[in-house]
Design a protein around this ligand. Sequence first.
Ligand SMILES: Nc1ncnc2c1ncn2[C@@H]1O[C@H](COP(=O)(O)OP(=O)(O)OP(=O)(O)O)[C@@H](O)[C@H]1O
Length: 341
Amino acid sequence: MITTKDLTKVYRTRGREVTALAGVDLHVREGEVYGVVGTSGAGKSTLIRCVNMLERPSSGTVTVDGVELTALPGTEQRAGADLRAARRRIGMVFQHFNLLASRTVQQNVELPLEIIGLDRTQRRRKAGELLELVGLADKARAYPGQLSGGQKQRVGIARALAGDPKVLLSDEATSALDPETTRSILALLRDLNQQLGLTVLLITHEMDVIKSVCDSAALMRGGRVVEAGKLTELLATENSELARELFPLGEFGHGHPANTVLEITFQGDTSARPFVSQLARTYQIDINILGAAVETIAGRMVGRMRVELPGGHRDNVVPIGFLREQGLQVDVLNETDGAAA
Ligand SMILES: Nc1ncnc2c1ncn2[C@@H]1O[C@H](COP(=O)(O)OP(=O)(O)OP(=O)(O)O)[C@@H](O)[C@H]1O
């Protein structure tokens, strides 16, 4: 639904060049919630702004719903008619809501409908439906100043949906909200994704946002995507940085340096199997459990366990193979050969 190919963006200000995007390939499938995460300055805002051409990339292509936006004429300030039409099919939600303070909630939602050219009755009906959809029908006559942050963001979302978009872009939509309101806004985005089949591309610096609402994620650093994929696949990928951040076990013990320490990740069906006792029985080894945790990620139960096996890596090649054969993801944390023993 959204594809970027070799996207670059170089800002030139006062003789200085800043490369915000250095060749980004992104592929967001239709109907998924896709999160881009990264620290400040990684290029997330630039990427999302390039996806709807608020920012024109320096090179590369952006295709949304089969239309190559980068091929359509117009500048950031003056988009051509085709680009304007394509943009209407892309809703955008902002961190600071960007509502007009002098307009009521209803009038804020009606604004893009005025631009599309709907008459007053149509606008009223459509805005009423959208406010109903985001659970704010009773606030139609209120002004933004009379609303909580979460309510303002609901208005922002209703406004973003006015053009019946197939894609919703969310630029840190929950960063200004408290944790409980964040959860309710993320739940709303998830509902809209499911009810309307809306594809959602969101950027965030919070791993919890990715964990609670996304099907897929990309990690950005220095203007590049360094890792990307479905969360369930990432969790099953050896040494995945995103998986480790999604599901950290940092505070658990690290075991004895002469022994082999494994991190075992299990999802769905594999979680029910008593693999630790099977391993101990089959190979007659004492297994020390250093820590374990279970979480729900992308709506699926995922568990992770850190265990210590006696002896170096070479001594444990067969038990590790046994675990992998059970469909478990096994990361060897210390590749010691037991020499320290
Ligand atoms: N309009 C601009 N002019 C010049 N440099 C810019 C501009 N916008 C962004 N940059 C630079 O591009 C790089 C990427 O910025 P960007 O805002 O895309 O990152 P980000 O990951 O969204 O960070 P944050 O989470 O802090 O918003 C940074 O080095 C930033 O200083």
